[in-house]
Design a protein around this ligand. Structure first.
Ligand SMILES: NC(=O)c1ccc[n+]([C@@H]2O[C@H](COP(=O)([O-])OP(=O)(O)OC[C@H]3O[C@@H](n4cnc5c(N)ncnc54)[C@H](OP(=O)(O)O)[C@@H]3O)[C@@H](O)[C@H]2O)c1
Length: 320
């Protein structure tokens, strides 16, 4: 099968397009013929070797953890899918080796769900990793509920683009940070207040908008934000961080539940997101589409840190 892969850690120039063996589905697995995948920052962080201590790897590494495609084969014991079903999946595995920048991937059936009918494969590929991250942070971890106020950092990114409508659906008032050129995009996603993080100290705007404190901060940026957040959240609130871990002891002393979130693959979680898409609550983020052969260019754009929405890679056997 055709795949983009690398045989040593390094810059985007280690990515190459070539032929690798097609995987076979093991018991309990399905083989997905991939039509579209997406670029997530974790793809180039692993490629750079930054996660060597977190994930085992086996070269050649095919990057990519998002897939939208169709069922091409069933492993023994799988009866909930049929050949040809349109599906999507968050394809994180314990070992970085067989990712989704490829024609095929074998995945446990429990991590796969029917693709939302109203989305193209390219649109659906934008959702699994980022949507599950947002869903597991806002609903499962924080238990966000009507009347609460959440601050979502990086509202214009892949996770933020899905977190804003999910938080609104859960009934929360949404404050979000982005730069000036993404103000209208974040407002269009449903944010109640958009804060330009480059225009001054975002904390002043937050204190003016939520004088009694926030119920949750969802930190999709990192750096100083975990520490800064503790002063903005009221006792009983929650802090979910995707990069730097919060100081849980400091947070606990102030009555705040704090955690670094690691999004988990989940077919059931994807079915919940599909229901939100079907109900018109969730739509695909803005996408910019590249052929798989241009993965290097897409990685360079993602590394620059200012993608709006999602970068999508179409796989040669997929939709035009
Ligand atoms: N732990 C997990 O399970 C998990 C899951 C998903 C993602 N992550 C991590 O979470 C982070 C976000 O992921 P993503 O997919 O949303 O990334 P992304 O799509 O690459 O995010 C790009 C966005 O970040 C915004 N941004 C950059 N610096 C900012 C700042 N200081 N304040 C506010 N916004 C800022 C940019 O907006 P402007 O152009 O307007 O600045 C841009 O729209 C990444 O580091 C990723 O690796 C972790």
């Amino acid at each position: 099968m055709q795949a983009v892969f690398y045989e040593a850690f390094g810059g985007a120039d280690v990515l190459k397009l070539g032929e690798l063996a097609r995987p076979e589905p093991a018991p309990g697995e399905v083989l997905i013929r991939i039509h579209a995948t997406s670029v997530n920052p974790i793809d180039w962080k692993i490629r750079q070797g930054l996660f060597e201590c977190v994930f085992d790897h086996a070269f050649p590494v095919i990057p990519g953890w998002d897939a939208a495609g169709e069922i091409a084969a069933l492993g023994p014991g799988v009866d909930e899918f049929s050949i040809g079903d349109a599906v999507y999946a968050y394809c994180r595995k314990a070992v970085a080796h067989d990712g989704t920048y490829a024609d095929y991937i074998a995945m446990p059936a429990a991590a796969v769900a029917p693709k939302p009918e109203g989305l193209s494969f390219q649109e659906a590929a934008a959702i699994p990793l980022c949507g599950l991250t947002a869903w597991q942070s806002l609903k499962a971890f924080a238990g966000l509920r009507p009347g609460q106020t959440v601050l979502i950092h990086a509202g214009a990114g892949g996770v933020g683009s899905l977190a804003i409508p999910i938080a609104r659906h859960l009934g929360a008032k949404v404050l979000t940070t982005c730069s000036a050129q993404n103000r209208d995009y974040c407002a269009g996603l449903g944010a109640d207040h958009v804060i330009d993080y480059r225009a001054g100290d975002y904390r002043e705007a937050v204190r003016a908008l939520a004088p009694d404190g926030l119920d949750m901060v969802f930190d999709c940026v990192g750096g100083a934000i975990p520490d800064e957040s503790v002063d903005l959240i009221r006792p009983g609130g929650a802090l979910a961080c995707l990069n730097e871990a919060p100081d849980e002891a400091v947070a606990e002393a102030r009555g705040i539940r704090a955690s670094r979130i690691y999004a988990e693959p989940s077919g059931d979680g994807l079915r919940a997101l599909t229901a939100l898409v079907d109900a018109g609550v969730l739509r695909a983020p803005e996408t910019r589409v590249f052929p798989l052969a241009d993965a290097r260019r897409a990685h360079e754009l993602s590394e620059a840190g200012h993608v709006r929405g999602k970068l999508i890679l179409t796989v040669a056997n997929g939709e035009a």
